[in-house]
Write a new protein. Sequence first.
Length: 577
Amino acid sequence: MQKITFLTFMLLTGLFSFAQGPIITMISDGDCSGGNPKVLEIYAQGTVDFSLYSLENQTNANTTWGNALNLASLGTLTDAFAYVYADDPSFATEFPSATNTFATTASVMSFNGDDRIRLVLDSNPGVSVDEYGVDSQDGTGEVWEYKDGYAKRKSGTTAGTFAAADWDFYNGALDGLGTCQGGATFESIIGLGTYTTAGTPCPLSFTITDVSCDAKTSGTDTYTVTASFSGGGTETYTLSLNEGTLGGDDANTQATGTVTISGITEGTDLNYTITSANCNISGTITSPTCDPSTPVADLATLRTQTLNEKYILTGEAVLTMQQSFRGQKYIQDATAAILIDDNNGVITTTYNIGDGITGIEGTLTEFGGIMQFVPETDPGAATSTGNSVAPQILSISAYNANPEMYESELIAFQNVTITEADGTATFATGTNYTLNDGNDNTVLRTNFYSADYIGTVIAGQYQNVVGIASSYDDGTNVTAQIFPRSSNDFNAALSTQSVELLSKINMYPNPANGSVVNFEYRDLNEVEVSIYTILGEQIFKANNAIKTIDVSNFAAGMYLVQIKADGNTVTQKLIVE
C-alpha cells in the first residue's frame, strides 16, 4: 500500500476539529419598495467553504424545496458573518456595515414573511444543514412569521431542524421604517452579527492521521482515510459519507477512538458530514493520486515503455531546444532524446539551453508518430548548467534509413546544399526544404517559428547543418526531417577529430536484421570496439581491428557502439532486430 502525505491535512484537521459549518442567524423582510431589502445573515462557524453549500426555499403553502442557489460567491470564511440579499440598491443604504455580501437575483431570495428557507450541503441533497420556518407550513399568522419584519437566532443555539424556541421574532417591526421611509436604517433597528456560539459547543474533535492508497483491484485504485477522535461518548453522532465504507470505533459509545473510511474510489472526493445535537461538521477531502510513476534511469529506457503510463526520469537530461508553442522542450542524455509537450504549462521553472534537468515526471504519449513526454510536475531548478551536447554526425542515407533511431536528438550533416536556394529566396516559417549531401536528400523544415534565420536569404551551400531529428508520418509514409534551431546551426563548428574518424568507419547493416554486423576501416590503427546496452553495461569489447561481430545472441533493441582509434573516439547507435 502506497502512503500519500498531504500538507493540506493540517487544514482538514482544523475543519474536523473546530468547524461546525454555516448557520442561519437572521432573516429580514424589508419594507422599502418591493419589500426590500430581503436579507439572510449566515454565520460561518470555524472555517466554511461556501462553495459546498446552497440555499433552497419553500414558498407560501408549497411543500417542496426548490430554487437552489449555490453560495460559492461567499468564498471561504472563518468565524465570520455573511449576508445574502435580493439584489436591490436599498441594501447598501439600510445595511451600510455589512461585509462578506452576496447580491443575487435568484428567486430563492424573493421570499415573503410566510416563506421558508434552508441551507443544504450539495453533496447530501435533500437534507437540511439549517433552516428557518416550519417545513411545509405557510407562515401566515404563525409565531415565526416575519412579514415587514425580521427574526434573530438566539446565541448558543445550533443549526438543524427549525425550532421556534431558538429564535426571537419581530413580525411587522420594520413596517413604515428605514431610511427609504425617512427613518433610521434597518441595521440600527435589527443589529448585525449579534449571534454568538456561547452555549454547548460541539464536543467532538477529529484529527486526520492517514490517507493511504489501497491495492489496485480490477484496474481501479481505492483509498482509505483514517481519523482519530476525542470528546465522543456524550452525544449521538452521525457521520454521513458520499463514498466509501465507515468502520472503526463508535464515537457515540466511547470518548476516544479511531474511524476508518475505506473503499473510496480514486478520483472521487470524500464529502463528509458529522451531526449531533451540538455538532454540524462538514467538509471535503480531495482524492489523492494513487498511481505511482515508474522510475526510469535514462531516456532510452523511457522510450521503450508503455504509452499513456506515468514515469519519472531519475537521471539528468540536458535541454537542447525550447519554444513557447505548447511549452515544448527537447531534452537529451547520453542514450536518447525526447520531446516534452507541456501545453498546460505545468513546468513553471525557467531554463536555458544547456541546463541539466533531473526528476522530470509525466505521461509517455505519442502524436503524429513522435514520442512525447507530458509533464505532471515541475522538476524545479536546473541541476547543472552550461552543458554542451555534441550532435551526431550522420550521412543523409543513414539517417533516412532509420530516423526513429535519432528522434528528437541533435544530429548534423556535412557539406550539404538546399535545392530551393536561388540567391534571393528566404527562409519562411513552417516550410519544407530539400537538403542534399551529394548523394541523398532529406527534409529541412523550419519548425521553430521564432528562429532568427526566418526571413534571411537561403545560402546554396553549407559546410554543416545541425538540428533536431524528427519525422512526419502521413499515415502511409514516414519522411525524415531535421529542424535547425537558430542561425548558429548553419555552418556550425563540429569536432574535427570526430568528423575525420567517422569518415573512416563504415558499420553495416544497421539495423542488424541478421546474425552479424560488419565493420570497414580506412587508414586507421589500433582500433578498439566496445558495445554497451542503453543502461551502460559493456557486453562486448575487442582490442584489434575486428571486421565482423556476431550479434545473433543479442536481445532485440538499441545498443551503443564506441570506436576508439588513433587517440579519438566516436559513438554510434546500433539497432538489433
